[in-house]
Design a binder for this molecule. Structure first.
Ligand SMILES: [Fe+2]
Ligand SMILES: [Fe+2]
Length: 135
């Protein structure tokens, strides 16, 4: 089964602790797909989705701490994007829980939900942190 999201070097932001957490997030997203496709278990899918939300929250706190520590000029915009991403995943979670969207819709959403943020906003932030000597 092809993974929903495959980690590749283009995802790297150049800061190890952020890359490690992103890899973990990709793993959890692929786990949602696996549980949905192989076990076809809606309840279990929701449990993994809850894990994804919790880990995303932890990850955003890590990034925001680093951005604050190094006075990142785009902190506010980045943090607002995090808030929106969390709101979006909460909304999708509740729609899926109520049965208002299909599993396929959930997967389509998850595929782009975090990746677009990593490739653009997080990479910009990574370049800044790297220039400050964070590795
Ligand atoms: Fe991130
Ligand atoms: Fe971020």
């Amino acid at each position: 089964m092809e993974k929903l999201v495959s980690w590749n070097d283009a995802f790297s932001v150049g800061v190890k602790c952020i890359d490690d957490q992103h890899k973990q997030l990709v793993k959890i997203i692929n786990c949602v797909q696996r549980v949905k496709n192989i076990e076809k278990d809606r309840k279990k899918t929701i449990t993994v989705l809850n894990c994804l939300i919790r880990y995303t929250d932890t990850h955003f706190i890590t990034e925001e701490k680093l951005m604050k520590e190094y006075d990142y000029p785009e902190y506010k915009e980045h943090q607002e994007e995090h808030e929106k991403l969390l709101m979006d995943i909460f909304n999708i979670h509740s729609l899926y829980e109520k049965g208002d969207i299909t599993s396929n819709c959930l997967m389509v959403f998850l595929k782009d939900w975090l990746v677009c943020h990593i490739l653009d906003t997080d990479r910009r932030c990574g370049l800044f942190l790297k220039a400050k000597g964070v590795s």
